[in-house]
Design a protein around this ligand. Structure first.
Ligand code: CP
Length: 330
């Protein structure tokens, strides 16, 4: 990869035993193997180095056009993908459902087929409906990257969270990670669970029983019914946002009651392991699921998560675009 990224140092991490992803899409972390995750993270290490340069741009996606389709609001994911594409020299086109022909009744597949007819190459999609990226992947020619589908998965968020932990601890195997909050509606939780379990972490879930999916233990996680027990001896707490927009009546008694029982405060972290980490995918409801003191405290990696998101998305784009094979043809 050194030559392909024009001088970037290849990560010193253990050489990954695979050189490409088995799928030409990234629809979720379910089914992504440990060697594939290592390949993405090793590639992301190289991208971190690119992003530390004064000129943060390399040529691998030159000549390619990536379409960013956001049917739901986003700040981090949308900016992060667009920056990742630009850092790799792709051309980018941004689509928002509002102001498009979606308001005239055009379907998702028809919309994307029409955009693809203008000779675009890859599609990044965020959609409120579970399975929308999978449907697209069946219908179009381009590689599809899921940027969050309904309550299903948000694979690049899972990747950036795990990459952030790998950079801090050097490995994922053996870490104890507690995910707290609204598990039921959380695509972030699902992607984290798949990736963390594949790499050998212990995953604990806790939150109100009304926001805990039934039979979630089948994913290989432990469910806790109290925050203090879930945090005892944990290395990481990943605090989920209370998704006010997804709450249907009766799932939460009140935000005040949620905060009292499940809100992450400095006092509640005392049982965690010494070198503990606080994560949050954003956007944060300060004072609801996490106090500002914890969110901005010395153990928080919330902004490094965002920084790593660009490198991880560059790695995913690079690998799905053909990685070294494509660059070698340029
Ligand atoms: N973490 C995340 O998906 O944030 P956005 O909704 O701002 O993209």
């Amino acid at each position: 990869m050194r030559d392909l990224l024009k001088g970037a140092r290849v990560s010193k991490a253990k050489a990954a035993p695979v050189t490409r992803l088995h799928s030409r899409h990234l629809l979720g972390l379910e089914g992504v193997t440990a060697p594939e995750l290592d390949l993405i993270f090793d590639t992301a290490e190289t991208m971190v180095e690119v992003l530390d340069r004064p000129i943060k741009k390399v040529p691998p996606l030159r000549g390619m056009t990536v379409v960013n389709l956001f049917y739901e609001s986003s700040t981090r994911t949308r900016f992060s993908f667009e920056l990742a594409e630009k850092r790799l020299s792709a051309d980018t086109v941004n689509f928002s459902a509002s102001g498009s022909s979606v308001s005239k009744g055009e379907s998702l597949v028809d919309t994307v087929k029409n955009i693809e007819a203008m000779k675009t190459d890859m599609v990044v999609i965020r959609h409120g409906s579970t399975g929308a990226p999978h449907k697209l992947a069946q219908e179009i020619e381009s590689a599809v990257i899921n940027a969050g589908d309904g309550q299903h998965e948000h694979p690049t968020q899972g990747l950036l969270d795990i990459f952030t932990l790998r950079r801090k601890y050097g490995k994922i195997n053996g870490l104890v990670v507690t995910i707290v909050g609204d598990i039921l509606h959380s695509r972030v939780a699902r992607s984290n669970i798949w990736g963390l379990r594949t790499l050998g972490a212990e995953v604990r879930l806790c939150g109100p029983s009304t926001l805990m999916p039934i039979e979630i233990e089948k994913m290989g996680v432990k469910v806790f019914h109290g925050l203090d027990a879930a945090l005892e001896g944990a290395d990481v707490v990943n605090v989920l946002r209370i998704q006010k927009e997804r709450q249907q009546g009766g799932l939460l008694p009140s935000l005040r009651e949620y905060t009292l029982q499940w809100g992450v405060t400095k006092e509640r972290l005392v049982g965690m392991n010494k070198n503990y980490t606080v994560m949050h995918p954003g956007p944060i409801n300060r004072g609801v699921e996490i106090t500002p003191e914890v969110a901005d405290g010395p153990h928080s990696v919330i902004l490094p998560q965002v920084t790593h998101g660009v490198a991880v998305r560059m790695a995913v784009l690079y690998l799905l675009a053909g990685g070294g094979e494509r660059v070698a043809q340029q």
